[in-house]
Ligand binder design. Sequence first.
Ligand SMILES: Cc1ncc(C[n+]2csc(CCOP(=O)(O)OP(=O)(O)O)c2C)c(N)n1
Length: 532
Amino acid sequence: MTTVREAAFELFREHGMTTIFGNPGSTELPMLAEFPDDFRYVLGLHEGVAVAMADGYAQASGRPAHVNLHTAPGVGNGMGAIFNAQANHSPLLVTAGQQVRAQMTMQANLTNRDAARVVHPFVKWSYEPPRAADVPQALARAIHTAALAPKGPAFVSLPMDDWTAEADDAGLSQVRARKVEPRTGPDPETIASLAKRLEDAANPVLVAGPDIDASGGWDDAVALAERQRLPVFASPAPGGGRLGFPEAHPLFQGVLPPAIGPLAETLKGRDLILVVGSSVFPYYPYIPGPLLPDGAELVAITSDPDEAARAPMGDVIVSDPALALRALVAEVGEANRAEPDPLPDPSAGDETDPLTPTMVHNTLGRVFPDDGIVVLESPSSTPALRNQLRLSAPGSYYFAAGGGLGFGLPAAIGVQLAQPDRPVVCVLGEGSAQYAITGFWTAAAYDVPVTFLILRNEEYAILKWFADIEEVTGAPGLDLPALEVAQVAAAYGVSAQAVSRRDELHSALEAAIASEKPELVEVPVTPGMALF
Ligand SMILES: Cc1ncc(C[n+]2csc(CCOP(=O)(O)OP(=O)(O)O)c2C)c(N)n1
C-alpha cells in the first residue's frame, strides 16, 4: 500500500519541490514524520516569515515553492504575506494542517472551521479534500494552478489523520505522469497588427513591467526596444515587484509615477503606449487627471486575464509576455526614429552627517557586484535606490508588489537560497524590518549569506510624505525613536555593525557582500523622502 504521505512526497519530488518552508504545530507533525533525507525544511519563527521566504524562493527559482502553516492561527499569521505573494504572481503551494477528520464536525480544538474560505480572496484556489485518498490529487491540482498564468498561491487544508491513510493508486499514477505546460502564446494576427501599429506610430513608448522578467522576456524586451528605438519606462514602483528592462540602458527613461494625473503627464506627446507584463497601472496615491495623454492609444500585454479585464483604458492582448515579445521582435522592422536622450548620470551630492539615503544608495552602487540581487523594502528611499543603482541584469530586483511590509527580510533569505551563487543585498527601513524581524534567526541558523542594509531614519518617513499629499496634519504614530535593529539582529545570531560615515559604509558593505555569512550594516540617514 502507498500512504498519502509517500504519494505526496513523491509528487513534491516530481515537481522539484524538495524545500519546504514552514512553521509547524501538532497538526502538521504527521506530515513531517519520517522526513525524507532528500528534502530540506526551512523553519520560519513566524508564518509571515515562512510565506515570504517561500515567495522569494519561488520567484527567484521560477518554480512553485511549498510553505506549510499551522491550521487556522498559522494561516491567519501568514495572510499579509499570502496577499503579497498574490500581487507578486508568485507560484506558491500553501498547505496547512487541520484537525483529525473524526473531530472536525464537533469542532474540536484547532479545527480550522472554514479552512478553504479563510484564504479565499488571496489565493487562486482553496480546498479541503473530501477524502484522505484525494490528498495527492488535490496537491497536484494546487501545484498546477499555482504555476498557471497568472501565477499565484493555491491553498490546501490537510486533516492530520490523512497522512497515514491509503492513497488511491489508480489516481496516483495519473497525478505523477501529468505535465501541464503553463505558457500560452499570442494570436499571430494580433501580433502582426500590433507590429504595424508600432511601426506606424510617430512617438511610441514601451512600459516594461515585472512579468517580463518573471516570464524570461528580458532579452526580447531589449531587442524590441532597440529595433523600434522605443524609449522605455518602468511600470510604477509600487506594483513593480521586479524589473522589466535594464535600467542603465540608454533607452531607459526612468520609473513612471504611480498616480493617474502625473503618469499621463509623463507620457504626454506619445501616440502609442505599449505596456508589457504589468497591470494598467498599479496606481497609488490618488492624484486625479486624464488616464491617458491627448492623442495616445494604449496596448497592454499580460498573461493575467483579470489584469486585462480590469484595465480602465486601452486594448489588451492576453499572452505570456515573453512569447508575445518574441513574436513581436520577429515581426517588426528596424525603425528610423531618433533615440531619446539617456537619463543623466546619478549624482549623490556632498557627504552629510547623517548621510542622505541617496548617498547611502550611491555608496551601495559603488560596491554592488554585477551579478548582485537587491531585495528592497525601504519605502521612502525606493526611487533613490532605483536611480542610484540602475540595476541591469535579469532577476536582480525583488520588491513586494502588494505593498505589505514584512516581505523584504524573509524574501531575501528565500531568494538567496534559490540563487546561492549570486550575492543578495536586502535593503530595509528600520520600521519595515520589524514586520518580519524573526527572519534574522533563520538567516543565522541556516547560514544564509544575505547582506542586510538598514536605513535608520527614526520615523515612518513615507507616511509623513503621504500625510502631506493627503493634507493630514497631527497624525500620531509616525516616529520611531531608538529602534536598535543591529542589536536585535545580533541577538538572533547575525553579525551586525552600525556605521555612519561614507567611507565606513563603503568598506562595511564591501566586506559584508564578500562574506559567506549573513551580515548586517546599519546606517543613520536624514529623515524624509529621497526621490533621486
Ligand atoms: C503590513 C503593513 N503595515 C503597515 C504598512 C504601512 N506602511 C507603509 S510604509 C510604512 C513605514 C515603513 O517604515 P520604514 O521602513 O522605517 O521606512 P521609511 O518610510 O522611513 O522609509 C508603513 C508603516 C504597510 N505597508 N504594510
